[in-house]
Design a protein around this ligand. Sequence first.
Ligand code: ACO
Length: 325
Amino acid sequence: MKTYRSVVRGTGSYLPARIVTNDELATSVDTSDAWIVERTGIRERRIAADDEFTSTLGLEAARRALDHAGMKADEIELIVLATSTPDYTFPATATAIQNGLGITRGVAFDLQAVCSGFVFALATADNFLKCGQYNTALVIGSETFSRILDWDDRSTCILFGDGAGAVILEARESGNEANPRGIISTHIHSDGRYRDKLYVDGGVSKTGTVGHLRMQGRDVFRHAVVNIAACITEALEASGLKADDIDWFVPHQANKRILDGTARKIGLAPEKIVITLDKHGNTSAASIPLALDEAVKDGRVKIGDLVLLEAMGGGFTWGSALIRW
Ligand code: ACO
């Protein structure tokens, strides 16, 4: 029986033009640039224009990923969009992106795992490709969190921003090479006991409203360091690799202190961590592909490198993906 690996063909990302600095935020809530930088590492975030939506951002990131891969849109068979901020309750925002790309075959659907969404979407697409059901996949993380923030709540509104990133995967038949390219492992988890630690207080079925993001920041922080370190160890053990073997660690971009704490816990050199959160804050499911795209385009991530992705988010959800680039 043939077996396949999901190889990354291209990456792309898109950030809205409007930049909101910490100083600008400090004109509307009681905070300061110094406090935000010290506690989070974030310096500015992007906010979508009134005529930009999750689909708009995701479509632009997808187009850029296709360009980078040198592929045409109609070569894509599967689209998985990770988002917690869909354009509409239904249909899936992925179908708007599919239509925007002019694709009329294959399948497009949304997946919701908040900040872990991209890792969950990658794991989903990888499994479809590995079993031979599809040959190509477009995996997107796109969010407009600015639309669910309580802009009067200084403990949350400083953390998040809007953006999108995308990765194109192609199934390649597994051969006998020693270190073949492609996704080596994915591990995803959730534990619903903690869903009230980070949630949105509105929704179709319960309130009939959109709601605002609510968070118990200290609890999220505590669980994040523990869960992230655990799932990195899980990925390394499952693959027989060591922290030293990792060339690039591309984590969910939530908080620099969480990343520093994680790196210390697993013994990962700080210079191997790709950090972009200073420029866009926490963009939830979009943050990993945004960081990946930057590190690929500036030449840090090269073919053959061992790249570890990791995320943790509402639910709680968390997970990892280990990729030979
Ligand atoms: N500016 C100034 N002061 C603030 C602000 C602000 N923006 N926000 C809170 N404070 C104040 C609080 O009111 C509190 O004041 P008090 O002592 O007088 O009561 C003080 O700062 C300390 O508040 P804490 O909430 O204890 O601050 P902490 O050091 O925990 O930092 C933060 C808060 C940055 C939110 C932190 O808890 C955190 O990063 N948590 C993780 C949250 C996260 O990353 N969530 C993203 C989604 S999940 C994920 O992606 C992993």
